[in-house]
Design a protein around this ligand. Structure first.
Ligand SMILES: [Zn+2]
Length: 334
């Protein structure tokens, strides 16, 4: 059996609104808003907002598509409401995802302060509520802090997460490219306190790290030491370090593995290397889950991510079931 049964209900813990909205929906939103596009035809637009292998060979290339197009098109209350509504429905229809944590940076949806942040967040929550009512899904929003933002901006994002915690915001994340590991320099003590504050009010915490080969396991170790998140986005680089794996195991930190994303950004060389990494995690009792990251950007869906690993022999039906159980236990959804 190298496929997930079609009736299995799945849970996605790592999916970005910026990479999960179908091109035809982005196209429709762009036209509704009179957004000036550099292309005339729909097919050219699809090319623009998809991370095709010809275009993307690194995490930087991948993030550029988000920053240049999808995040801007999603930058209005109406646009974010429709985006989130569409993602939850689509993930249910394509993969029977019945529990989903959707992440985005609200401050990358307000046109540099032109739009009111609370209007963006309220609209996101409306879109989420409407889709959950229609499909019976459970969902929550995770706000991404940005490595490239100043501390003051990231602190505002955490304050907003705290404000909306009882209303559908369930956690915080840190996203953006790493260069040396953690990237917060002199602000590291402030970030340590910020994360402690978020945990104290009941927000879930996760951090993107260990996603690029050149940061190796340093990023994972630094994040565990300073930010103490309960989950880590990707973290594949930890497989090369006994110390990092021991820290993950001791602190019961769950990894959010996103296979197609890691293959496309060349975080891993190929599927065989990803298989070796998962085996290392199994041997070292490091807990991990399987997720999509950016299903439309990557032309994938959650069922496909599982099937990819199952058919390559990197997951078995029982380890796939274990990944799902781990995700159900580690979710920030109450
Ligand atoms: Zn991600």
């Amino acid at each position: 059996m190298n496929r997930i049964a079609p009736t299995t209900e799945l849970i996605d813990l790592h999916i970005h609104v910026g990479g999960a909205v179908a091109p035809h929906v982005l196209w429709s939103i762009a036209h509704e808003h009179g957004f000036k596009l550099p292309v005339k035809s729909y097919w050219e637009f699809c090319e623009l907002v998809t991370a095709s292998p010809e275009k993307v060979s690194s995490l930087g290339d991948y993030l550029d598509i988000l920053h240049q197009w999808t995040e801007k098109i999603q930058s209005s209350p109406h646009a974010i409401e429709r985006s989130i509504y569409e993602v939850i429905g689509k993930e249910y229809r394509s993969s029977r995802v019945t529990a989903i944590e959707l992440r985005f940076n609200p401050m990358k949806r307000n046109l540099g302060g032109e739009r009111d942040l609370d209007h963006i967040i309220h609209a996101a929550l409306r879109g989420m509520e409407r889709a959950c009512l229609e499909y019976g899904s459970r969902a929550g929003l995770v706000f991404c802090l940005a490595r490239e933002f100043d501390y003051e901006l990231n602190e505002i994002i955490v304050r907003k997460a705290e404000k909306y915690i009882g209303r559908g915001v369930v956690g915080i994340d840190v996203a953006g490219p790493e260069r040396h590991g953690i990237e917060f320099g002199a602000d590291i003590d402030a970030y340590r306190e910020l994360f402690a504050r978020a945990r104290a009010v009941g927000l879930g915490t996760t951090v993107h790290t260990g996603e690029t080969a050149h940061t190796a396991a340093r990023g994972v170790l630094a994040v565990i030491e300073h930010l103490k998140p309960s989950r880590i986005g990707h973290g594949v680089a930890a497989a090369a370090s006994e110390e990092a794996m021991a820290k993950l195991r001791e602190n019961k930190i769950v990894l959010e593995i996103c296979p197609s994303s890691n293959l496309r950004t060349r975080a891993v060389a190929d599927l065989a290397e990803l298989g070796t990494i998962l085996r290392r995690f199994d041997e070292n009792n490091v807990m991990y889950t399987i997720n999509t990251d950016g299903p439309y950007l990557l032309d994938s869906h959650l069922r496909g991510e599982f099937d990819l690993l199952l058919s390559a022999g990197h997951l078995t039906p029982s380890t796939a079931e274990r990944c799902m159980a781990t995700a159900r236990a580690a979710t920030f959804l109450k």
